[in-house]
Design a protein around this ligand. Structure first.
Ligand code: HEC
Ligand code: HEC
Ligand code: HEC
Ligand code: HEC
Ligand code: HEC
Length: 470
């Protein structure tokens, strides 16, 4: 890899060692960065990043707010304990070392996977997963031959290795230029505060959750369009920003152990698919299931079209379909990472338990990644809309038992196996199971039992609005 590693603040001992190193292997070319001050390095990196599209940039450097030793999330949590506890179980807090798939993909992007790979795209990945300049071990000051796979690195004099582990931490969203930005900006805090411009609207999320970065020559794609999907949704029309669903409202003190008023504020769980990032994290997010629920509800119901036209005269027509309704997500279901998908399995039995038929349906986008990135299909469900699954009903006049099981997945199975993630990562989870009975002569299905994120019950009783919106 032809990147330049430049030591910046050197003690006399290290300096001597470095001099010996340069003596033994002189640099190939003159290095203009070796004589720069910390501030000059930061300025050069900032200038480079600002010349790039927004999705290739980290969040700007900030100095530590006055009165604080550092701006690690744990430090904020000393006073904001409730917020910190919620954030700690969020995927934002798990977006770096805790995310085994990310670490695999990062190593691959950095060229650590294949011996013959001499490119490094990893500098882009860390800009959203450990987003602040303060969290980056190395900064980029340019690209060799204008090639995004050949970053010119310098060691970051402002790197805080502990803060790197925070991934998307408190400071990412709240700290700019040494000032804590909040929705009010007038609280009496022991740190400087200012009123944030975009914190309460979708822009504080789409900065990372809307990116269409595709580099065809590099077979590299990093794209998700949650922001654009949301913009066209009923949720945007009704003025529900991302926060309304992902950060439900609550009333409480903003910091504990102090004499403070209760204020209307927001939870910091950022619940989404609620697929844990590691098998060990399943328990810590279990209580969030009924709070967030899933984006889609499923039921066996009258077929919206006319499914029986082509059926044999002597067969029973059962004009039923599985409806998958994107009731609660303010964007496509599923959204985000292109490998996310849902699989619905339908099994039909008779009352004696004999297996009569089965069907399944994939809902998601299907990409081919190599040798070029190509969209093969995409049947994700737009917000407020439904997808109906046709079932090949068995030709019988027996009473039928229909079982529906729906899984949501973060990634394709072949990629999961390729990275050998079993035990280190969770590919997906079941979010809906239900059992129905159908009398083919009189095809009004009746629900026997349903078990989904809202709990187990014997009536469909679908929640009427997303619990987090209530
Ligand atoms: C600095 C970039 C960044 C910002 C800003 C950001 N996110 Fe995220 N978010 C991420 C990353 C990266 C992940 C995925 C981490 C992973 O899977 O390892 C994520 C994950 C999520 C998830 C969870 C997905 C899942 O299935 O677990 C939700 C929900 C979410 N973000 C919502 C929001 C909302 C709402 C906002 C705005 C208030 C926001 N994000 C702001 C980068 C960001
Ligand atoms: C992904 C972005 C994001 C992250 C990460 C994040 N917050 Fe927030 N925070 C917000 C948003 C958005 C609001 C609510 C704005 C509103 O009320 O509309 C908020 C509100 C708050 C408030 C309440 C302010 C008020 O006046 O109501 C506090 C306190 C707070 N956050 C502290 C923290 C702490 C501490 C952490 C880390 C443990 C953290 N936040 C992490 C986005 C974030
Ligand atoms: C020593 C305790 C303490 C620490 C440490 C601390 N805060 Fe605060 N913070 C407070 C208090 C007290 C308030 C005011 C609460 C009130 O008036 O309701 C506050 C207010 C806030 C607000 C609301 C600002 C506004 O006016 O809109 C945010 C956001 C916030 N803090 C985030 C953070 C973040 C992020 C960190 C870490 C970088 C942090 N705080 C560290 C005690 C602390
Ligand atoms: C009307 C409520 C609502 C709004 C508004 C909304 N979301 Fe979601 N979002 C959901 C629900 C519900 C899910 C869970 C989907 C599921 O079942 O997996 C979700 C899932 C996600 C996920 C995880 C990926 C997935 O499909 O599971 C991300 C990331 C996300 N939302 C980001 C955002 C961002 C960013 C915005 C704003 C641009 C936003 N959401 C607006 C309700 C909403
Ligand atoms: C523009 C910001 C941004 C950049 C740059 C970025 N990511 Fe992400 N990443 C996200 C967000 C936002 C999510 C959450 C997407 C979702 O789940 O909806 C995410 C999620 C992920 C996930 C988890 C996917 C899942 O379904 O759980 C992996 C793995 C990942 N990113 C790897 C990478 C790699 C590797 C790179 C560099 C090639 C990269 N990211 C660059 C923002 C970014």
């Amino acid at each position: 890899m032809k990147s330049h590693h430049i030591a910046i603040a050197l003690s006399a001992v290290v300096l001597a060692a470095a001099a010996a190193f340069w003596f033994l292997s002189p640099p190939e070319e003159d290095d203009p960065f070796s004589s720069m001050s910390d501030e000059e390095i930061l300025a050069a990196a900032t200038e480079f990043y600002e010349s790039r599209p927004y999705y290739e940039r980290p969040f700007p450097y900030s100095e530590v707010p006055e009165g604080m030793a550092d701006m690690r999330s744990e430090t904020c949590g000393a006073c904001h304990a409730d917020v910190h506890a919620e954030w700690s179980v969020s995927t934002h807090a798990r977006a770096y070392l805790d995310d085994a798939q990310f670490m695999e993909e990062l190593a691959k992007s950095r060229g650590e996977y294949y011996e013959d790979q001499d490119t490094d795209y990893g500098w882009m990945c860390v800009n959203c997963h450990t987003p602040m300049i303060n969290q980056l071990e190395q900064l980029v000051v340019g690209l060799e031959d204008d090639d995004i796979g050949r970053p010119i690195y310098v060691d970051n004099p402002f790197f805080d290795p502990e803060m790197q582990k925070d991934a998307i931490g408190c400071a990412t969203c709240h700290v700019q230029d040494g000032v804590v930005h909040g929705p009010r900006g007038d609280t009496d805090a022991p740190h400087p505060v200012a009123r944030a411009e975009n914190l309460a609207d979708e822009r504080s999320c789409t900065r990372c959750h809307q990116a269409e970065a595709i580099y065809p020559n590099d077979v590299l794609g990093c794209f998700f369009t949650t922001g654009a999907e949301w913009e066209k949704s009923w949720a945007a029309e009704e003025d529900h920003a991302c926060q309304d669903c992902h950060m439900p409202k609550t009333t409480r003190q903003l910091a504990e152990g102090l004499d403070l008023p209760e204020r209307e504020t927001r939870h910091h769980w950022f619940g989404g698919s609620l697929i844990p990032k590691h098998p060990d994290f399943e328990e810590e997010i279990a209580e969030l299931l009924p709070i967030f629920g899933s984006g889609a509800t499923l039921s066996l119901e009258p077929h919206p079209d006319e499914p029986c036209e082509e059926i044999d005269d002597d067969a029973f027509c059962i004009p039923l379909a599985i409806g998958v309704h994107n009731q609660f997500a303010g964007h496509l279901f599923p959204t985000g990472d292109p490998e996310r998908h849902v699989e619905v399995e339908i099994t039909v039995y008779n009352e004696g338990g004999d297996h009569l038929a089965e069907d399944s349906q994939w809902i998601g986008s299907r990409y081919q990644w190599y040798p070029e990135i190509k969209l093969l299909k995409d049947n994700r469900i737009p917000p407020g809309e439904s997808l109906y699954i046709d079932v090949d009903w068995p030709k019988t006049d027996q009473k039928l038992i229909v079982e529906i099981v729906a899984h949501k997945f973060r990634m394709y199975e072949d990629d999961f196996d390729y990275h050998d993630l079993e035990g280190r990562y969770v590919r997906g989870r079941i979010f809906h199971e239900s059992r129905w009975t159908v009398d083919p002569g009189e095809p009004a299905p009746s629900l026997v039992i349903i078990d989904d994120d809202w709990g187990q019950r014997e009536e469909l009783d679908p929640p009427t609005s997303s619990p987090s919106l209530r």
